[in-house]
Design a protein around this ligand. Sequence first.
Ligand SMILES: Cc1cc2nc3c(=O)[nH]c(=O)nc-3n(C[C@H](O)[C@H](O)[C@H](O)COP(=O)(O)OP(=O)(O)OC[C@H]3O[C@@H](n4cnc5c(N)ncnc54)[C@H](O)[C@@H]3O)c2cc1C
Length: 387
Amino acid sequence: MSPVMETEEHKALRTAVAALGKRYGRDYLTRVTAAGGYPDELWSEAAKLGYLGVNLPEEHGGGGGGIAELSIVLEELGTAGCPLLMLIVSPAICGTVIARYGTDAQKQRWLPGIAEGTRTMAFGITEPDAGSNSHRITTTARRDAGGDWLLTGRKVFISGVDIADSVLIVGRTEDARTGTLKPCLFVVPKDAPGFGWRAIDMEINSAEKQFELTLDDVRLPADALVGDEDAGLLQLFAGLNPERIMTAAFAIGMGRYALARAVEYARDRTVWKTPIGSHQAIAHPLAQAHIELELARLMMQKAALLYDSGDDTAAGEAANMAKYAAGEACVKAVDQAVHTLGGNGLTREYGLGSLVTAARVSRIAPVSREMILNYVSHQTLGLPKSY
Ligand SMILES: Cc1cc2nc3c(=O)[nH]c(=O)nc-3n(C[C@H](O)[C@H](O)[C@H](O)COP(=O)(O)OP(=O)(O)OC[C@H]3O[C@@H](n4cnc5c(N)ncnc54)[C@H](O)[C@@H]3O)c2cc1C
C-alpha cells in the first residue's frame, strides 16, 4: 500500500487494534449480544488505549488524529468480528461537530468524556415522515423566555440511545421551519423531561439497538445549541462526512471478517477430491470479494485523507463513493461467504447467516445506495433531478 495513503503510524495502529480485536473476537460479541448486553469491556479497553478518541483534539483528551485513524480502529475491530458501531456516532459525528463548531465550554464539557469512552453521545437526524429527504424534518426548536430552547419532534432508528447519556439532535428553528433544511444541532440529555425513547424491534443481530424518540417541549439551556443556528448544512456535513467514511470502515471490516471465515473453510472442506476452494466457482467470487473490499478501502482512505486535510467539498463526494463501494462490497462478501459454507453458512455455530441482515445496513444507512447514486448523478455528472 502506498505510504501516501497509509503511514507507518497507521500500519502500527492497524496491527495494535487488530491484536485487541483478536483478544475479544466474534465469540465475545455473540455472547454479550445474546445476553442483551453491550461490549463494555471492549469499549473501555479501546478507550484506555486511546482508540475511541483518536480523532479528537489532544487538548480535550483525544489523540490528535483524524478520521483516517478512527476508521482504521473501526475497520480492524470489525475484521476481528467485534465492531463497535457507536464509534461512528459518538466520536466520529458528535465529537467532530463539537470539536469543529462547539464553544470552548462545550468542548471542555463533552469531548474528554467522549474520548475516554465514559460519555457516549447518540445522533438523531432521521424522522418517520422525512426519511431520506432530510429537508422535510420537522423537529422544531422554539426560543423561550430567558434564552432557553423548547424542542419538539420525533426521530426513528436512532442507534445506541440505551447506552448513551445524550443525543445530538438535528432540528430546525421556528424561523426556518419549512423549505431547504437549515439545520441546528442540540445536545439533548437523555434524562431531560419530555424526552422519550422506545426500542424498535429490529431483525439485526447487533449489540447496538435502534430507538424511536419523542421530544415533547424538551427544555434546553441556550448552550445546548452546538454551533451557529445560521451555519446551516456546512456544520451538519462536518459530522455526516465522517459518518459516511466510518460506515465504509464498518462495512469493510464486516466484509473482511466474513471473507476470512469463508477462505478458512474453503481451504479445508473437501467433498470431492480436492478442497472446495480449488473449484474456481468458489475461489473466483472470493477473490472478487477481496478485490472489491480493497478498492472500497482505497476510496475510504482517499475520503479520510481529504476530510482530514480540510477539503470538505472533495471529501463529501469521496465519502459518498466510499460508503457506496463499501456497502456493495460488504453485501457481496457476506453473501459469498455464507454460500461458501453451504449449510454451515446458516448455522448458529458458524455465525455467518446473521451477517446477511447486518450487511444490508451499510446499503441503507446513513444514506441509502440510491441517494448516493442520485448525488453522483446530479453533483458529479450534472444530470437533471427527478425529485
Ligand atoms: C441499523 C440502522 C441504524 C441507524 N442508525 C441511525 C442513527 O443512529 N441516527 C439516525 O439519524 N438514523 C439512523 N438510521 C436511519 C437511516 O439513516 C435511514 O434508515 C436511512 O437514511 C434511510 O431512510 P428511511 O429508512 O426513511 O428510508 P426511505 O427514505 O423511506 O427510503 C426507502 C427506499 O426508497 C429509496 N429512495 C428514497 N428516495 C429516493 C429517491 N429520490 N430516488 C431513489 N430512491 C429513493 C431509498 O434508497 C430506499 O431504498 C439507522 C438505520 C438503520 C437501519
